[in-house]
Design a protein around this ligand. Structure first.
Ligand SMILES: Nc1ncnc2c1ncn2[C@@H]1O[C@H](COP(=O)(O)OP(=O)(O)OP(=O)(O)O)[C@@H](O)[C@H]1O
Length: 311
């Protein structure tokens, strides 16, 4: 079956103790994209991910992995993805080399192939220097890299990451981001959950915002930001006698309200594309400006707007 979607989620619902934790959630993950499930603590991200990856049975709804229904073709669909996160089962008492060897063998690789894949993954995840140390002595970042390496033994085209950088220091966090980008550059599809808006902004092509078990919005980070009211543009008109003309031009170009404080102009641009024509107009009219700032809304603003009053 040919499909351009790596994952299709339809009407997923899960209730724990009369509490609807995931409420009729539907979305598609396209092949080759990084798809972020973003939401605060307890929003239902992990529960959604666990249902997508067959670790948890949904009350209702369905999940397809590369066109295969996880209920009807469980074994096949499970063979098509890697999973890492809060439930990795690496052994603490042995080394990363030994863990990779064991999991390679469990995944059906021969002894020779297991050795080869182990060396490849140790190199790919910069674990060579510590390859023979027991995991107990590993830092959080190294541990996370090994978890991910284990889930990539069979080179799955789809990888689920549950909160891949929670608890990591900023440097290790950006290393993990780099690793995810490399996976995607090599043709993988990544689904990740995160509570961090900057992580979704940095990594995700599209984001599903989840709050109280409901999907409240889905879109690219830019689309979500545009929805909040666009970009804030500020500049100062240097000459007092040019202020009125500048206000007029700004109104014409943007079609929105222009705020004026002394000689400082503030305009909300619906789209960042409106900026260049306005600057060109100002230049043509020989209006000299200074202190230009352009401030895009953050995903933080989006989040506040989408979930306000609901928490
Ligand atoms: N097995 C379970 N039994 C009862 N309640 C559960 C179970 N698993 C999750 N929950 C509840 O479901 C809600 C959603 O949890 P979930 O772990 O999916 O949220 P999350 O968005 O992933 O949050 P976090 O960022 O904290 O991981 C929470 O209120 C949680 O307590």
């Amino acid at each position: 079956m040919k499909t351009s979607n790596a994952v299709e989620v339809r009407n997923l619902t899960k209730t724990f103790n009369n509490n609807i934790v995931v409420n009729n959630v539907s979305f598609d993950v396209k092949k080759g994209e990084v798809f972020g499930l973003l939401g605060p603590n307890g929003a239902g991200k992990t529960t959604t991910l666990r249902m997508m990856t067959t670790l948890l049975k949904a009350d209702s709804g369905s999940v397809k992995i590369f066109g295969h229904d996880t209920r009807k073709e469980g074994r096949l669909s499970r063979s098509m993805f890697g999973l890492t996160g809060q439930y990795a089962s690496v052994d603490e008492d042995i080394s990363s080399r030994e863990n990779l060897m064991i999991f390679s063998r469990l995944n059906g690789l021969s002894r020779t192939d297991s050795k080869k894949r182990t060396v490849e993954l140790l190199e790919e995840f910069s674990l060579v220097d510590s390859a023979d140390k027991a995991l107990k002595n590993f830092s959080g970042g190294m541990r996370r890299r090994l978890d991910l390496a284990v889930s990539l033994i069979t080179r799955p085209k789809l990888i689920f990451l549950d909160e891949p950088t929670t608890g990591l220091d900023p440097r290790t966090r950006s290393q993990m981001w780099e690793t995810v980008r490399n996976l995607v550059a090599n043709g993988s599809t990544v689904v990740l959950t995160t509570q961090y808006l900057d992580e979704a902004d940095q990594l995700a092509d599209r984001v599903a915002v989840i709050d109280h078990g409901k999907l409240v919005k889905i879109g690219t980070p830019s689309e979500l930001k545009e929805q909040v009211g666009g970009t804030n543009l500020n500049f100062t008109v240097n000459k007092l006698d040019q202020v009125n003309t500048a206000v007029k031009l700004a109104k014409e170009q943007t079609g929105t309200l222009v705020n004026l404080t002394n000689q400082q102009i503030n305009v909300k641009l619906a789209k960042i594309d409106q900026l260049t024509p306005l600057l060109v107009d100002l230049k043509k009219s020989k209006i000299s400006i200074s202190n230009l700032t352009v401030q895009e809304p953050s995903l933080d603003d989006v989040f506040m707007k989408l979930t306000v009053g609901k928490n």
